[in-house]
Design a protein around this ligand. Structure first.
Ligand code: SF4
Length: 348
């Protein structure tokens, strides 16, 4: 339920998260003039209004009717943990299904927001706290956009990454709507270069995403040996990483849109030179970069953080073999940022 909603509002449509074509349909259904849809878009996405009453260039009758059938759908976070490095982890309630986390990561000249797209996740990656919680539902486009709009730091945001709870390609319709809201002129009008959507490699949905969206793509790879990847990522059975990479080779990645691979470093599992060499071999012919991630171990996890020397050696090997490889800075470690712990504790 939104901040300003009443129990009677529960069955109403949330306007936040609707695209211009969807608002045009709503306007048409209600007998509003077509331009009312653009006016609603401006109020929702340019002025970020949280009340229908404030849409003052709609007629009073239109606002009254809109109030009968719809709410804005804004929801403030119920918790915020602040790390000593400035990272903030917000907790948003999602209907009766539980909670999701949203992580704000300020840096020198950038501020990235890591957002969630599902309550829990079906993918079951063994190292992931969210994956061990099972699946509790998809977020609507409005619930995803709300994570961006309802934090106090909205105006400082430079980048959005879909790398929080859930698998974005498993909720693709909503993700495509959100990307349209973020990038279209009737929405926020951001460059697609500011947005990165991740996936474990659900091939059919990933192809549709590449065909329909210009935002960056990040594929969670974590191990280029097929059998070893299967040990940590069940999705490898349905969509082997080789098939994912073959699919990606069918597209041109030399333009503005960036293809990257996420590689979490686990001690003794995927952090030696043999794994680096296998990764180089697997990525042959792909215009891409690799982001190494230090694993943050969590209570009860059998996985350990790779040593700084093995990470450095791995990174150097990739760079020496022509693959741009960066190490993502560890942020928010003291608040368990980006591991689903807070939401897991609050699942109901
Ligand atoms: Fe889901 Fe991502 Fe966790 Fe895998 S790592 S279980 S895809 S949330």
């Amino acid at each position: 339920m939104g901040l300003l909603d009443t129990p009677a509002d529960i069955m109403k449509t949330d306007l936040l998260g609707m695209t211009l074509p969807q608002l045009q349909q709503l306007a048409s259904d209600e007998g509003f003039p077509r331009f009312a849809a653009k006016q609603m878009c401006d109020w929702l996405y340019k002025h970020r209004t949280d009340q229908i009453d404030r849409m003052t260039n709609l007629s009073l009758a239109q606002r009254q009717r809109l109030g009968e059938i719809a709410t804005i759908g804004r929801q403030t976070p119920v918790n915020c943990q602040v790390s000593k490095d400035g990272t903030k982890k917000y907790l948003f309630p999602i209907g009766d299904n539980g909670f999701v986390e949203t992580v704000y990561i300020p840096d020198d000249d950038r501020a990235t927001l890591c957002i969630s797209c599902q309550v829990g996740c079906k993918m079951g990656c063994r190292f992931c706290v969210t994956g061990q919680q099972g699946f509790h539902g998809n977020l609507t486009a409005g619930q995803i956009v709300n994570q961006i709009f309802s934090i106090p730091e909205f105006d400082s945001l430079t980048n959005i990454v879909f790398m929080g709870m859930g698998e974005p390609m498993d909720n693709l319709d909503a993700i495509l709507d959100v990307c349209a809201i973020l990038t279209q002129p009737w929405g926020l009008g951001w460059s697609p270069k500011r947005i990165t959507v991740s996936t474990v490699g659900l091939i059919p949905q990933m192809k549709r995403y590449i065909d329909e969206c210009q935002c960056h793509l990040a594929v969670s790879l974590h191990n280029a040996f097929d059998r070893e990847r299967l040990d940590i990522m069940p999705v490898q059975k349905a969509y082997p990483i080789r098939s994912v990479l073959d699919t990606l080779r069918q597209y041109d990645w030399s333009g503005q849109r960036r293809l990257s691979f996420e590689y979490t470093m686990f001690r003794g599992l995927n952090d030696d030179i043999a794994h680096a060499a296998q990764l180089v071999e697997a990525l042959q012919g792909l215009d891409c970069r690799v982001n190494l991630i230090r694993f943050h171990t969590s209570p009860g996890s059998p996985y350990q953080t790779a040593s700084p020397s093995s990470i450095e050696q791995f990174q150097r090997f990739l760079n020496n073999h022509g693959i741009t490889c960066t190490l993502r800075a560890s942020r928010g470690q003291d608040i368990d940022a980006a591991c689903g712990l807070l939401a897991g504790q609050n699942l109901r």
